[in-house]
Write a protein of this length. Sequence first.
Lengths: 767, 96, 96, 235
Amino acid sequence: MPADPTITPEIITEHGLTTSEYDRIKEIIGRDPNFTELGIFSVMWSEHCSYKNTRLLLKNFPVKSPRVLVGAGEENAGILDIGDNLAISFKIESHNHPSAVEPFQGSATGVGGIIRDIFTMGARPVCAINSLRFGELSNSEVRRLFRGVVSGIAHYGNCFGIPTVAGEVYFDKSYEGNPLVNAFALGVLRHDQIARGAAKGVGNPVFYVGPATGRDGLAGAAFASQDLTEESAEQQRGAVQVGDPFMEKLCMEACLELLSTGAVAGIQDMGAAGLTCSTCETAARGGTGVEIDLAKVPQRSPGMTPYEILLSESQERMLIIVEKGREEEVKRIFDKWDLPWAEIGSVTDTGQMVVKNHGEVVADLPAAKLADEAPVYQREAKEPSYINEVGNFTLDAFEDQGDPQETLEKLLEWPSVASKNWVYRQYDHMVRANTMVNPGSDAAVIRIKADSVPGGGTGEDFPEKLIALAVDCNAVHVYLDPYEGSKAAVAECARNLACTGAVPIGTTDNLNFGNPHNPELFWQLRESVRGLAEGCVAFNAPVTGGNVSLYNQNPDGAIDPTPTIAMVGLVDQKEHVTTQWFKDEGDAIILLGDLVDSSDDLEGLGGSAYLQVIHGQKNGSPPACDLTTERTLGATLLGLIQSGLVKSAHDCAEGGFAVALAESCFSELHGRNTPCFLGADVNLSDSVDIRLDALLFGESRGRVIISCSDLDAVKVVERAKLMGVPSQRIGTVGGDQLKIKSSRGEHAWEIAVLHDLWWNSIGNAMA
Amino acid sequence: MPLDPWALNDVFQGELLMKAKVIITPKAEVLDPQGKTVQTALEQMGCTGVREVRVGKYVEVEMDGDHDTIKTKLSEYADKFLANPNIEDYRLKLED
Amino acid sequence: MPLDPWALNDVFQGELLMKAKVIITPKAEVLDPQGKTVQTALEQMGCTGVREVRVGKYVEVEMDGDHDTIKTKLSEYADKFLANPNIEDYRLKLED
Amino acid sequence: MNFAVLQFPGSNCDQDCVHVLRTVLGHSAFLLWHKEKSIGDADAVLVPGGFSYGDYLRTGSIARFSPVMNAVKEFAAQGGHVLGICNGFQILCEAGLLPGALIRNRSLQFRCEHVYLKVANNDTPFTNQIPEDRVLRIPIAHGEGNYFCDEKTLETLETNGQILFQYVDRDGDLTDHANPNGSLKNIAGISNVEGNVAGMMPHPERASELVLNEDDGRLIFESLLYALNPGLTTA
Ligand SMILES: Nc1ncnc2c1ncn2[C@@H]1O[C@H](COP(=O)(O)OP(=O)(O)O)[C@@H](O)[C@H]1O
Ligand SMILES: [Mg+2]
């Protein structure tokens, strides 16, 4: 075994620690750390584990509601009460840099990591969603990453047996070389099944379960906490983590079985910073100490140093603190599932994390200080110069479109707007037999039944629950106005839930930004968090956890700031579940919300898909997002749905009114290669003072296209108005064309043609 | 389409046809869950004495050209396409 | 447990440690969608002259025992487990 | 009736089958761990979908050596009814209980979508309740569902009426477009010569309740129940 290097200023820098941080370490432990200890500090104090640059910002998020059983930051994931003694646990997490280096394994292990976070809480994972960003598909390297990431997610989720029920994918040059892979998982449990990641009970043995530790993913947390450069990527290439979903499935089943015995005092997955993070965090939470001996840790590669064993991010491993005297139960259950396990240490009362190797102490650090006393920074923020330019943008230079024919086709074909079936058909979205609304509508809906809870399905019963999920973020809008754009991301998520018949109950966010040391990028982050926080308050959907991924840049600069928002809602009754597709010939089409926001000089075209696709411009102030209006809209729509009046509901987002209307005309695929269409005949000729391009393709907020039976139309419009939501009947469902009459003329498209462009666009690009 | 072994006129038309083999294996330090699972399965079936199993891929390419050209060509494509350099090693073997 | 390359005393304890290779290929009459795709991809990338590609598996087994025992053992397991005779052929190769 | 639903490490549709049998159809069903050596008092065996042993090496190749499979073979030899779904179909082929093999989809991609199925033989324990000419709509979810067998086997399958389900389009026509994986003759499910063991790639258990938008899959379970006891009525 090679001797540890002596600590030099270079080594400290390589570990991503500043001189003052190093001084602080010395102050905390009262001496110089050895090399292993330095490694431990470096990962624990990385942005990924300590949130040192964002902790102060995150304090602004609302985190409480009567439903919150475990709040943000307390444990691996938050937990919300959903009634009848049931609860859900969910969280989103990024695996951006590993996916840039090795797309298949990077995304696969991202899924594996988030699933582990969920079952560590004692919950049975029941569905997954994801949010992805890539460069433009015309670039072959982008296609390689896209293909790899999607098949990696599919591989892990499908094999593990979790349905991937929703997601989003955008393509924009800013993500070239630095794709975003954000994976979300949700699990279900009873209130009394909540498990804790605390090392409780002095003298309790500490177990390691799962496959042997190798040199994979060495210091991945640190890697995620610096700019993605050719050098850092190269370094990481030598240490790619390989996921084993089969192993994780066994590990989950065994852990859930073990948790039900009551023999577990604490449980924690080994995610970022592996053994290091799990031991010191459990000790910190338990207010105890932990002592382990690395010689007892199963090892895959010969001659691993303590430094390597502690910092390895080998996948599918768990740390379990067992009630003393009940070791046999652990062994019996893990043997049943043919899973490797080892007793590696015990809980102490010293408050220290003591790591030995063959009896010799290699690290001896105060656990609580290590976990909780990372430095906290208030970074400098400065409004970027481009913001001014954006504010000065006007439409004067662009002539209004006389003929929208081709524009709609181009928008539907634009990969960010086009159908994502090439992606979700690779994901098993139906396993566990709970998926009521499959990918393709505004939000997914799954039911929670007896076998969704750990140990469930053996007779006992509870009323079925319906959970809706959506993930959204229009990062171009966030780039152009981080505050408004971020509010809008939350509002869009909530709107998608409302369209599906759900009331939001909680949020998890993934802040994907650039380097926080750059004041302009930090400003984006600060403004964005401000918007997100207000949004979550408005919808009474507290943040229950999330993830921060900074340093997302390529040599050309930072990515568009991308605060991915995933929101979870409850549908009260199965009759309320609503999809976006028109249902019957002759139904009335009603628009809730104003056609165009009259206070917006750009009439909704700022930052729109239309400007990007047709005019090659990523510019203009995006439409403002009024949270009160959005909340009223959501409540009204929900009321209409619950009264049984609404047959379909679809919100307007990228591509505006025309795109949303077209999407409502394409049904969910009835079966393989078998689309169903229902056309629409819409009259907007009253809107004489609005530009035609803004009318059709503007992205003003707060608009939903619904359909209802002809007889109910008047009632729906009246009720909406009564609630303070502008609303009007704009047309009728039927035929095989999409017809829009405007003050400028009549426009018509064959639905089959539009569908073909929209449905096959990504598949064709990937062929 | 499988090659008709009797259609040797390809060769007589002045071109050479060779079979190249690319053996792709997971890198030594990379986890090979498949190999591990196969190893356990072998043991459980009673196949004793197995110390390690690694599972890789075997790609057989039949192509026109002489030894050297094929070697150069295939190495290039093995590097950038057939094998994933992040997690795999490969060996190229040509007939003869 | 992975083999420690320095722990050669295994061999000195009177046992032999050998590396066996099992090459598993799709039978000629079986459609090989992977091979077909690789072939198309190679062509699209500009790798000309490819006549056929077949993709199979490569299993490397390190096990204790002498040449003959290993050969007998592994043939048995290759027959009944490592390869599926309905769709695959295999070849067994022992070091030396 | 009482069903044994096998549970291998990596099975993940086991619970779904139990749910349909118990909650939807009102029969009893139990999970049978792969290390068990007997199928107990089960009236029929279901081999569920999933990724047994991670699908490593070949789908189903390791699961078929599990101790429980010997019991299943004995049960089948005595005429007991066995239905393999998806990974279960793959396992039954590997175990030699069904002819042929399931190889990689020709798209090389996993496919999860609804497909249409034609019932090629309505007179079997797995199809007897399905009206003639009825096109079923049931989801698939697999990466290796491309059915292959040699010509001679195919001939026997055809002559003996062993082909149960074929992928068709919505109108019931056998087209290449309707074939999601490249299967020979669009084969989606087959039985053994005796007719008591069957396998199919589509997932009837995911299409047995209208809340999941489709209940055509129920007909397959109802057929099996009828075969086990024609006097039974289902919930
Ligand atoms: N990566 C993905 N995985 C699964 N489903 C996806 C993915 N990307 C998009 N979808 C699904 O496609 C549909 C359309 O997505 P999107 O255009 O983002 O919808 P919206 O604009 O309503 O938010 C949604 O049902 C979404 O869940
Ligand atoms: Mg939407």
